[in-house]
Design a protein around this ligand. Structure first.
Ligand code: UGA
Length: 441
């Protein structure tokens, strides 16, 4: 099969490389010439474990190519997949400008039967609008008689940054939202190397599944964060509560880690978009506004906890470990860690930060007055407190004796509870996590 993949962000590049590694002939297209040139040289433009190696072997086997020239590669395509960004507008609504521009272009160049797969996360009804735009563009280009041979299929993506390729190759399910069987059979064939249940639905249901999945996971996180806050009042430990409820198969153990809340390019955007979609359809989705509010409050609460313990931060040296929105990525979009680091800095703290992967991205958004330390221990050197904001496994591996000796005051505030099970008191640390027993806030 021949696949043209438009958009080389996390979803587009991982999907392109994933299909190429399964033997599909893939042409990855992007308007960004510099990015395509890097990809062509075998460089992945972001940190994603395993993706570089898989891309290299797909390039060596000749299954993947990178180009800015859509017109040149679309001719042989059985499937044209679109994975361009749908960033939030100020209203929370998804911005579909890039998606529609691509649809117009695809229509202008298509001159044969093809299936258009939309991987971008889009509001319900958008896939049909994409089909309409492609057909209009085809008609304008003199291919009007072929428009009935063009089908649009919604195939939402569920991969996570940090485990993107594994998630692509071993998904829990493949959702195929199509109008007719021919289209869903072609998409099923495209996925033939992937062993997972197929969920064949209407286009609208597939579009909704994506938002519902992300909104539900975000709800789980806000729920456990509420439990954590209550746990501090009643003297319970949220980790035990999460374990105790998570073993119930109806609840499930995943996404029950309390902390400073969710971030990233997906949950905040998709929960807001679903809330906006609800409103636009005359429905008040009450739960979603609470999920968003709880998530925002979680950062605020953690920040206040630091102030409560340390008092004024003016001139105090604070070390920050972790800036990425989660571990195994260099992505800082909507990162709770970046937000808290900015609050600490704005409160007059003298900040030294360290993240294993996200330093370059963080430099673009944090003040020039923030010190970017080469190692975790360097960041903590001379610090009055250490604030942990991303759950990188390497933070558990440092020598806590060395850390204690490097710091002036022994305070650790852990926004991810990732050091909570270590015996830090042994080294003389004072430790605060989230929801780990009685705390008056
Ligand atoms: C998320 C979904 O998990 C994917 O299924 C989906 O495909 C993707 O969005 C998307 O829509 O493209 P991702 O944003 O990469 O993936 O990251 P997650 O692993 O879901 O984490 C999101 C945030 O929630 C992170 O800030 C993480 O630290 C936080 N989180 C996660 C918690 O605070 N607690 C948890 O128990 C789990």
């Amino acid at each position: 099969m021949n696949l043209v993949m438009i958009g080389t962000g996390y979803v587009g590049l991982t999907t392109g490389v994933g299909f190429a590694s399964l033997g599909v002939a893939v042409a990855c297209v992007d308007v960004d010439e510099a990015k395509i040139a890097r990809l062509d040289r075998g460089e992945v433009p972001f940190f994603e474990p395993g993706l570089g190696e898989a891309m290299k072997s797909a390039q060596e086997s000749g299954n993947i190519l990178f180009t800015t020239d859509l017109k040149n590669v679309i001719g042989g395509a059985d499937v044209v997949a679109i994975a361009v960004g749908t960033p939030p507008k100020i209203t929370g609504e998804a911005d579909l400008t890039a998606l529609f521009a691509v649809a117009d272009q695809v229509g202008a160049y298509l001159d044969h039967e093809a299936v258009i797969v939309v991987k971008s996360t889009v509001p319900v009804g958008t896939n049909r609008r994409v089909l309409e735009r492609v057909r209009v563009a085809m008609t304008n280009a003199g291919q009007g008689e072929l428009t009935s041979l063009i089908r649009v299929v919604s195939v939402p993506e569920f991969l996570r940054e940090g485990t993107a390729l594994q998630d692509f190759l071993h998904p829990d399910r493949v959702v195929i939202g199509a109008d007719d069987e021919v289209a869903s059979r072609i998409v099923d064939r495209l996925h033939e190397g992937i062993v997972a249940p197929r969920v064949c639905t209407t286009i609208e249901s597939a579009e909704m599944i994506k938002y519902a999945a992300n909104a539900f996971l975000a709800t789980k996180i806000s729920f456990i964060n509420e439990i954590a806050n209550l746990a501090e009042r009643v003297g319970a430990d949220v980790r035990d509560v999460a374990h105790g409820i998570g073993l119930d198969k109806r609840i499930g153990k995943h996404f029950l880690q309390a902390g400073i809340g969710y971030g990233g390019s997906c949950f905040p955007k998709d929960v807001s978009a679903l809330e906006q979609i609800s409103g636009a359809n005359g429905y008040t989705f009450k739960l979603l506004s609470a999920v968003i509010e709880v998530n925002n409050r979680q950062r605020e609460r953690f920040f206040k906890k630091i102030i409560q313990e340390l008092g004024s931060l003016k001139g105090r040296r604070i070390a920050v470990w972790g800036l990425a929105f989660k571990d195994q990525t260099d992505d800082i979009r909507e990162s709770a860690g970046i937000d808290i680091a900015q609050r600490l800095h704005a409160s007059g703290a003298d900040l030294a930060v360290y993240d294993p992967q996200a330093m370059d991205n963080a430099r673009r958004v944090l003040s020039d007055h923030v010190e970017f330390a080469p190692t975790a221990i360097d960041a903590a050197s001379g610090a009055d407190a250490l604030v942990v904001l991303t759950q990188w496994p390497e933070f558990r591996e440092v020598s806590f004796q060395t850390l204690r000796e490097a710091m002036v005051d022994p305070w650790i505030f852990d926004g991810r509870n990732c050091l909570a099970d270590l015996d830090l008191a042994k080294y003389g640390f004072k430790y605060q996590g989230v929801g780990l027993g009685k705390y008056e806030c």
